[in-house]
Design a protein around this ligand. Structure first.
Ligand code: AMP
Length: 288
């Protein structure tokens, strides 16, 4: 069995969730503060490389790592030659174009040619404006671009936004979204060929955890007379499992997998239909 080396962010917003995801598939992941950057992570079959999320595309592209986790924003900026396998459902943010609140600009179209734009994403910003027939001046910064208009270092900025509170605090407003980002699992094309079975096993484990995280296992006792009605609003993967309840003719036990964002609605409908003993539990893995 070939060893699979997985590169994950050593710090920053993606680091904890990436480490938790690997732990959920059974890998031993030390805390990134242990400072050991290449660790053996289980049964001699997995290694974890802690790296800057900005370096991960290159490591995965060259085969220094077989698979990796980084942000889609970074992949798009770095011109990736890696294979994108799976969105991971965390690290959501938007690369947003922003202006000082007082600016008359209301959208990307109002940014004049030649404007100075501070960003950590020069390629994406240049591409955005070229697609709109404009050349802009890029002021490349390593982060905290939000301060640049206030200190006269740039006219506009493009930075990652999650809630918008940093922008508001710095009296800025969003003009447009350049890229919608989240964490992505990527693989080295050569490794995909040479370690196909091992990578398939790894990816399928990751996929099952990501799938499971968005769903809950719901159990309830429901009136037999309401079963048809209840089934009509229950999604389930293959419909609910219905089991008899000892000593009860009028009620049955029902188990079903429900999407997290539909859970509250389903519980309300079940209660209306006379369900009792409703239990919701997390799912560790789900293979569909
Ligand atoms: P950093 O925390 O600066 O190391 O960011 C690494 C990556 O985390 C970014 O490139 C994004 O893909 C992702 N990220 C997710 N949410 C945010 C956020 N609110 N601000 C910055 N980066 C974020």
């Amino acid at each position: 069995m070939a060893v699979i080396r997985t590169a994950i962010p050593n710090k920053g917003r993606l680091a904890d969730d990436a480490a938790d995801l690997l732990r959920a598939i059974g890998l031993r992941v030390p805390s990134a503060n242990d400072r050991k950057l290449l660790v053996d992570s289980g049964k001699g079959r997995y290694q974890i490389l802690f790296a800057s999320p900005w370096d991960i595309p290159r490591y995965v592209e060259t085969g220094a790592a077989d698979v990796g986790i980084t942000g889609l924003d970074i992949l798009e900026e770095m011109g990736d030659r890696v294979k994108r396998l799976l969105p991971l459902n965390f690290g959501f943010c938007r690369l947003s174009l922003a202006a000082p609140e007082a600016s008359p600009a209301r959208s990307g179209a109002d940014v004049p040619a030649g404007a100075a734009i501070a960003t950590q994403f020069p390629n994406l910003v240049r591409r955005y404006f070229r697609q709109r027939g404009k050349e802009v001046e890029i002021v490349e910064v390593r982060g905290a671009a939000e301060v640049t208009p206030n200190i006269g270092a740039a006219d506009f900025l493009a930075d990652l936004v999650e809630t918008g509170s940093t922008l508001r605090m710095n009296h800025l407003k969003i003009l447009d979204v350049i890229v919608e980002s989240q964490a992505v699992l990527v693989a080295c094309p050569e490794s995909l060929a040479s370690k196909a079975a091992e990578i398939r096993e790894f990816v399928s484990a990751v996929e099952s955890v990501v799938e499971a995280e968005t769903r809950r296992y719901l159990m309830a006792n429901v009136p037999v007379a309401k079963l048809v009605e209840i089934r009509s609003f229950l999604p389930g993967i293959s419909g609910p499992t219905v089991m008899s309840l000892a000593g009860r003719e009028d009620m049955v036990a029902m188990h079903v997998v429900v999407k997290e964002d539909e859970l509250n609605g389903v519980i309300a409908l079940l209660k209306d239909a006379g369900a009792t003993g409703i239990l919701v539990v997390p799912i560790e893995r789900m293979v569909v």
